[in-house]
Ligand binder design. Structure first.
Ligand code: NDP
Length: 515
């Protein structure tokens, strides 16, 4: 009996959207087998041809109105976020990665000091089949988009999207084929968690985005198999408002970065620390901005203006309710929101701001990943810094304040990335590596690093033809039979060369922090 298919439902209306098969272990095995068979031909293409394939795919995706429509339907997010964030991100990522790829994968030559007769060529080779496993909150951005870098590096990719939002990924794989690209270079296998686990057991490297708990399991399995994995996990990102900040701008930014996609964003604001001297004004501005957000089911075309759609995954409402109850029982005040929206048909919860938060509250310690943000007053930057770093996660951070002071503050945060006097747009700086510190992840997407990690470097050392006689002479001295006279020369040469000798006469350049 084949396993039960997965029914996909609109979180905004409860309507049935479609079904996808539960791939299971056999589905994962079939997808990987096909991707493995296709990999040598894909890797044999010139980089330019692979770039061309990605650009063709991008164009077909842009021409297909079903892409944002499917994305909005299965996630419940506003059109503005589907097109203005996810689709835009995919286009920008493809542009930037295609531009960086020739530099990232270019062969390099190293010249060893000790063996002057030789040089080493660094050759970057693809790893094979990369398994991409994605979460439900960003069906493009943290799913298909993560195939771009491994594909450019010459790997083939099998993507396992979340069972909650698989339809966009299935459509994007269809469009990959429609663009005339090798169908098995990028495949999607749908299924539940077990399908993801089966994929991890079969591929040559894993790109995983999701929770810390599942990320740990994926990393443990990759450790047993000794295959590389990149993990992009949860966040508890602080938003710090220093005395002297533009409070109005900070409140506006805090509202957006806390409630974008109803708070279901890994790099969103999860905790706000505000200097006591500006706290009253900040809280009042934030609460009024949040109370004015227009929450409703996304319409069919994006013509109706609104700010918040539904929550995608019912569990996030339960987490928000648990965090609110715990915080209120410990003295927090609800400034706005706090309730489910019984008047709307799907999964809706009012965007909620809590004041008087303290570090003991679970809302300050566990990822909420939903429409709730706590505000805590602090006595100054030192307390803000200590509390901002008091977490097992370190994904993103925001600092509002006088520019130089805010940059100096950001330099002391334990975080993979930070942004000063703005929010979230640092995710779009795809030229720079983006990853998590502490339990927020391992490795990083984006930038040269995000491309090179999908390759294995092979270092090939060769002699210089003109110096072949010298090389033969040296080789004879170093190899069997050992000669005590050579040893004595070696001893003297080692001391001459390394004891404060010319080869070690260097100084580290002074570190000058730049604002
Ligand atoms: P999960 O960890 O529950 O799931 C992530 C993916 O892993 C899903 O496709 C899931 O399948 C699959 N999966 C489940 N079990 C296994 C397993 N044993 N082996 C392999 N794969 C498995 O995360 P969520 O989907 O709930 O995503 C929310 C989390 O993702 C939040 O913590 C958020 O912070 C984080 N996130 C991090 C980002 C970053 O860039 N750092 C970006 C976006 C989100 P299924 O859903 O079908 O069970």
């Amino acid at each position: 009996m084949s396993p039960e298919p997965i029914r996909v439902t609109s979180p905004a209306t409860g309507a049935h959207l479609g079904e996808v098969p539960e791939g299971g272990a056999s589905g994962a095995a079939e997808a990987v087998e096909r991707a493995r068979a296709a990999q040598p031909a894909w890797a044999a293409l010139d980089l330019e041809q692979r770039i061309e394939a990605l650009l063709r795919w991008r164009d077909v995706v842009l021409d297909e109105p079903a892409v944002p429509e499917t994305l909005v339907n299965e996630s419940g997010k506003p059109w503005m976020e589907a097109e203005g964030i996810e689709l835009l991100y995919l286009c920008e990522l493809i542009r930037a990665m295609c531009r960086l790829a020739p530099k990232a994968f270019r062969e390099e030559t190293r010249h060893p000091l000790l063996f002057l007769t030789k040089k080493t060529r660094l050759v970057r080779r693809p790893l094979g089949v990369v398994g991409v496993i994605g979460p439900w909150n960003f069906p493009i951005l943290n799913n298909a988009a993560d195939a771009v870098a491994p594909l450019l590096a010459g790997n083939t990719v099998v993507l396992k999207p979340s069972e909650i939002t698989p339809l966009t990924s299935v459509l994007l794989a269809e469009l990959w084929r429609k663009a005339g690209n090798p169908p098995d270079a990028f495949r999607v296998v749908t299924g539940r968690g077990e399908t993801g686990a089966a994929l991890v057991d079969l591929v040559d490297a894993v790109m995983f985005t999701g929770s810390v708990a599942t990320g740990r399991r994926v990393a443990a399995r990759c450790g047993e198999r000794l295959v590389p994995c990149v993990l992009e996990l949860g966040g508890k990102s602080p938003f710090v408002v220093l005395a002297g900040a533009d409070v109005e701008r900070a409140a506006e930014a805090a509202a957006w970065s806390s409630f974008i996609h109803s708070g279901q964003v890994c790099v969103r604001t999860e905790r706000i620390f505000v200097d006591a001297s500006v706290a009253d004004r900040f809280e009042a501005l934030l609460a009024s901005r949040v109370a004015s957000l227009r929450q409703m089911a996304p319409d069919a075309t994006g013509a109706a203006a609104h700010d918040l759609g539904s929550v995608t995954f019912a569990r996030q409402i339960e987490v928000a309710e648990r965090h609110i109850a715990d915080a209120v029982s410990k003295g927090a005040r609800v400034l706005t929101g706090g309730l489910r929206r019984g008047d709307l048909p799907g999964l809706y919860f009012q965007p909620t701001v809590l004041a008087d938060a303290t570090p003991e509250m679970s809302v300050m310690r566990e990822e909420t990943f939903g429409p709730l943000v706590p505000v805590m007053r602090v006595s100054g930057p030192e307390e803000a810094l200590r509390l901002a770093n008091d977490t097992h996660l370190g994904l993103n951070a925001t600092v509002f304040g006088p520019r130089d002071e805010a940059v100096a503050f950001a330099r002391r945060l334990q975080t993979g990335q930070a942004i000063v006097n703005d929010v979230l747009v640092n995710y779009f700086v795809v030229e720079s590596p983006l990853g998590g510190w502490k339990e927020s992840g391992l490795g990083a997407r984006h930038g040269l690093e995000g491309l090179r990690q999908w390759t294995q470097v092979e270092a090939i050392t060769v002699g210089r033809p003109l110096l072949a006689p010298v090389e033969r002479f040296i080789a004879r001295q170093l190899a069997f039979p050992y000669d005590p006279r050579v040893l004595s020369i070696l001893r003297r040469a080692t001391r001459l060369l390394y004891r404060r000798g010319w080869s070690t006469r260097f100084k580290a350049p002074p570190e000058r922090p730049r604002p």
